[in-house]
Design a protein around this ligand. Structure first.
Ligand SMILES: O=C[C@H](O)COP(=O)(O)O
Length: 246
């Protein structure tokens, strides 16, 4: 299997002091045989974190970007602005933005095009609700999200995050993850042909130091998108080490 990638999504957390302490611990504690590691602080911390990563293989990511390069979009940040800050990955279509901001698949797709043009690697999030999982609609929902959110020629990363597992401490079971990953791989090949085989698929949703080894050992799981556990250096480094061993 190609190198795994562990992405830490800090969400709306972190004072400057917290950030300095966390980043120093991650840089100093990163194992020698680490997988690819990306940390995604809030926008306000990007300029602070970037220099701290200068001598580290840890990459800088952002939690969203606008589809336009500039314009009358109050409160938004463009992909070129992120690129200027040394950002190389960007999370798009996270369920917390789809739900809180009514973000549509089409918007996510347009953002992915803009991010790629700016030299960023898009990490596009998809996931079903608890009701959709319980009613057996989840594969239909995920198929539509893949078809609607990923642009032609997509060469970024997909993160499968069942909404009902985010922030709950209850990750999907290894069987649920394995079945869904196999489905997503088939959908990616259906949409992109051979290129669909190379698109990395991450799992996100209550990944922690206790379940990381089992989750990251599942076929087709190319890494993890980690929320809460990414805010604690020891927990996040345990997940990174688990990826090294997977
Ligand atoms: O982006 C990260 C996902 O929302 C997972 O968050 P979590 O690890 O706190 O469940």
């Amino acid at each position: 299997m190609s190198r795994q990638i562990i992405v830490g999504n800090w969400k709306m957390n972190g004072t400057r002091q917290d950030t300095q302490v966390l980043v120093e611990a991650l840089v100093n504690g990163l194992p020698a045989s680490a997988p690819d590691v990306v940390i995604c602080p809030p926008f306000t911390q990007l300029a602070l974190v970037q220099p701290a990563l200068a001598s580290s293989p840890i990459c800088l990511g952002a939690q969203d970007c606008h589809k336009d390069v500039s314009g009358a979009h109050t409160g938004d940040i463009s992909a070129p602005m992120l690129s200027e800050l040394g950002v190389s990955y960007v999370i798009l279509g996270h369920s917390e933005r789809r739900q809180e901001h009514g973000e549509l698949d089409e918007t996510v797709r347009e953002k992915a095009v803009a991010a790629t043009k700016a030299g960023l690697t898009p990490i596009i999030c998809i996931g079903e609700t608890e009701d959709q999982r319980e009613s057996g609609e989840h594969e239909d929902v995920l198929g539509w999200q893949i078809k609607g959110s990923l642009p032609d020629g997509f060469a970024g990363i997909v993160a499968y995050e069942p909404i009902w597992a985010i922030g709950t401490g209850l990750a999907a079971t290894t069987d649920q993850i394995a079945q869904t990953m196999a489905f997503l791989r088939a959908e990616l090949v259906r949409q992109f042909g051979e290129a669909g085989k190379a698109i990395k698929i991450l799992y996100g949703g209550s990944v922690n130091a206790g379940n990381a080894v089992s989750v990251l050992s599942i076929p087709e799981v190319a890494g993890a998108l980690v929320g809460g556990a990414s805010l604690k250096a020891d927990a996040f480094l345990s997940i990174v080490s688990a990826a090294s061993a997977a």
